[in-house]
Design a binder for this molecule. Sequence first.
Ligand SMILES: Cc1ncc(COP(=O)(O)O)c(C=O)c1O
Length: 577
Amino acid sequence: MTTTDADLEVRAATQQDLEWIYGLRHRVYAEELNQHAPTPSGQLRDGLDGDNVYLVVAAGETPIGFVSLTPPWAGRYGLDKYLTRDELPVLDSDGVFEVRILTVDPAWRGSGISTLLMYAALRWIASRGGRTIVAMGRADILDMYRAVGLVPTGRTVTSGAVDFEVMTASTSALTAMAGVPYRAILTTLEADVTWRLDAAFWPRSDGCEHGGASFSAIGTGFQTLQRRDEVVAADVLDAWFSPAPAVLATLTENPSWIARTSPPTDADGLIAAIASARTLPTDALTVGAGSSDLIFRAFGRWLTADSRVLLMDPGYGEYAHITERVIGCHVDRFRLYREDDWRIDPATLAAAVESGHYDLVVVVNPNNPTGRHAPATELRAVIEGSPEATRWWIDEAYLGYVDLAQSLADLAASDPRVVVCTSLSKMFALSGMRAAYVVAEPSVTADLRRWTPPWPVSLPAQLAAVAALSDPGYYHDCWQRTHELRAKMAAELAGLDDELVVDDGVSNFLNVVLPIEGPSAAEFVTACRRHDVYLRDLSPMSSQYEGRTVRIAVKDAEENARIVAACRRVLSAHRHA
Ligand SMILES: Cc1ncc(COP(=O)(O)O)c(C=O)c1O
């Protein structure tokens, strides 16, 4: 049989598929390979079956191959039966998914089904924040595993009459292989196969999951702009409130002049306005077209592929993107735990920074996506005690929702190791404008300014930002009102299902952990889109989200009600499916 002969489908196993899987396992591992003793039921089950996820390839209605995945939240792996963690320490790393029992119906062997199953496993794992794959594969087909990028660890395991090799690879290395040497094969498979996984067939071309999918409904070519009033864009953390009245007045007063006029070259007036609003010296400031511009400019200048970087996990995805994927730095994760309420433990962080010899540590405070805030005093003490060679990047994009008095800007203005980045997007309702600033010691800002092109911030953005900063009272009220809106939405969401957990935060978003028996976060987000409600699936950001956590931005009362209604409908449809 060949893959082009049949209508192939890739799916997560159904209950019926599971019965077939246990039967095929018996045929192959008991009858054919003598790994296990045959059972009278003709079925072979596994102690991990309840925790494993099985992906299946079917030809028409008939399943023809499967692979078993054990996620980290199962709490144990199949390999634990054979090897201690000292023998296989990789199992103790973060975000490890185990791939086992890749099995193809004998009639379909050699037809590329295993490649398809391996790729499906990779996409499913990557979509759940998996960083490392550990695979237990039969030694007699080691070449096949090697060919897809898995690397033998040197550990072998014998079970019954079968020898297995333990192999590993990072999901990013396997994704890179899929994108180049396997691209042609996968493109052909994509055309032949009905892909029913909740993970997309292809990763995004830059490998980074950005927010902003709601623009796919509005149309990035702006042909259907009226859709902006129909779509609830709760997938990005843009402000739910309007910019201050003075901002709207200045932008509408003479749009023709604004559009055709070059802005002040170095944004001196904007810098002066920030200095005055934040009580900082002007030479401690540099501006950019959003923090993203500043992040790329600064990191591109400071870091190389030899640099060592520490990121919080979970944390804002763009930092991993630029450090790990764009620059190619060595990146470690400082793991935050749900059980600790996602708190950054200062002593543990201090020890990690001390021993890690990092060039850069990034802390987003309050953190996105955990929604937690680390008290400034704690963070300041860790920074002050950290090694001289370590630079700190503190991202305060959401600090206004907590208290601007918690800022580390004063420390940044005097300590060359510390930089504070503040976006005007979310706190000042200026996401579309693109304006942000960094606070740093003057020698650091001088260097960044040298590497800043002229006119880094557009004229509308400079005008809007200066006007916004002149009305702190307006924004303070908006930030306070955000807490009331969030609390109301949190209570309504919590009431939708006893098994749903609202993981509340301190700024303009909250997270929802979906019931274990409910839809996956990816399915949930897709289903909500049918109601024009856009939410963010957090699963690819960290395996701690277990594929069932969504982030929801706080919007105005009416839109929040639409969000709750969409969530209610989707959960209820799933219950009755
Ligand atoms: C923590 C954090 N930093 C920076 C940004 C990007 O902000 P900007 O619009 O200034 O580029 C975001 C956007 O979501 C964010 O969450």
